[in-house]
Design a protein around this ligand. Structure first.
Ligand code: TXA
Ligand code: MG
Length: 319
């Protein structure tokens, strides 16, 4: 094992209770051995995340699910067969022996089989569950490149497996199957595709379900105040101190700090979103304005993250 064998080194670090940053197809994760409470505690400490929030346990394949979940309903297996490996997290009743460290003391556990080839290699070599939240400081924008992870943690960055740009760019879709099927977090998988298997899926109301960071209203925020703005308000008359994320080119005469045209394709928009938010944050603008996105299903996950980013900024203004 050497630097020439990054997967072997990452495995050894995980086995000795250390953290590793790993790419997934959604965002980079801050990984620890999910069976090791002391290692899981290191995740919370490095992120600055309040303890007691549940983490997603990543698995190599569906065959490992019974080691973590007590009950595996047929609908879970059908979802797994269709969407794993991929950006879907299933909340199931936890198996005996799954610790409070990773579940935040709840009687459920979040499980996901990622498709990124580097994550897959690591999970196969490791052979058991790897707990990993997004590799960012608590409440901030998730990392979709290795450089973003280094930006978050600087000299404290753990051993990092390089995996290029994350293909999806937004966190996984989360479905709870611990009771009535519930959509806890929209993500890369369209709700309609899930519903072909689950039947009608109810969207969890704010505050419903477990208290968890990705589902609190205020989350995913850049440091600069961000607000949503209607398309019609994006005129050349905007203040000069703004940085704008739009779905088209700047109007003639735009005199603000920065205008990013993220285009009109939701997959591309999602892929670029967090990198764009970081760039807007660096523009030194007084505020970030984001053009509202269409009210259609294809934009659900993006609308969700933008609303949370705006809400987080509003909450900070109040604080
Ligand atoms: O795409 C993703 O899901 C990324 C990559 C790294 O896999 N991970 C991620 O983790 O977004 P994190 O910790 O930032 O968000 C995980 C969310 C929690 O906020 C919570 O909403 C949900 O997963 N979760 C995990 N376990 C749960 C449980 N037992 N019950 C309910 N929600 C749970
Ligand atoms: Mg996160």
């Amino acid at each position: 094992m050497s630097a020439a064998d990054p997967i072997g080194l990452a495995c050894a670090l995980l086995r000795s209770g250390q953290l590793v940053a790993m790419p997934t197809e959604t965002v980079y994760g801050l990984a620890a051995n999910a069976r090791d409470d002391a290692a899981v505690a290191r995740i919370y400490a490095l992120k600055g995340r309040p303890v007691g929030h549940p983490l997603i346990v990543h698995l190599a394949d569906v065959a490992q699910v019974p080691a973590w979940a007590a009950e595996v309903p047929a609908v879970a297996l059908r979802l797994a067969a269709r969407f794993w490996p991929g950006p879907l997290t299933l909340i199931l009743r936890r198996a005996a022996g799954v610790s409070d460290g990773v579940t935040g003391g709840q009687d459920t556990v979040g499980l996901r089989v990622p498709s990124h080839p580097v994550a897959q290699r690591l999970l196969r070599a490791f052979g058991d569950g790897i707990a990993a939240p997004s590799a960012n400081r608590y409440g901030r924008v998730s990392p979709t490149t290795a450089a973003h992870v280094r930006e978050e943690f600087g000299a404290q960055t753990p051993f990092l497996l390089e995996g290029g740009d994350c293909e999806v760019g937004l966190e996984s879709t989360i479905v709870s199957l611990a009771g009535e099927p519930l959509l806890l977090r929209p993500g890369g998988i369209p709700q309609a595709d899930l519903e072909q298997i689950t039947g009608p899926l109810r969207r969890a109301a704010p505050g419903e379900g477990p208290r968890a960071p990705g589902t609190t209203v205020a989350h995913y925020a850049p440091a600069t105040t961000l607000s949503l703005i209607a398309t019609a308000a994006l005129t050349a008359g905007l203040p000069t101190e703004v940085a704008v994320l739009a779905r088209g080119p700047a109007p003639a005469g735009f005199g603000g700090r920065l205008w990013l045209d993220a285009g009109t394709d939701p997959q591309r928009y999602a892929h670029d979103l967090y990198a764009n938010l970081r760039q807007l944050d660096r523009a030194g603008a007084g505020s970030i304005l984001v053009e509202s996105v269409p009210d259609t299903a294809a934009w659900d996950a993006i609308r969700d993250r933008l609303a949370r980013a705006a809400a987080a900024c509003a909450a900070e203004d109040l604080a």
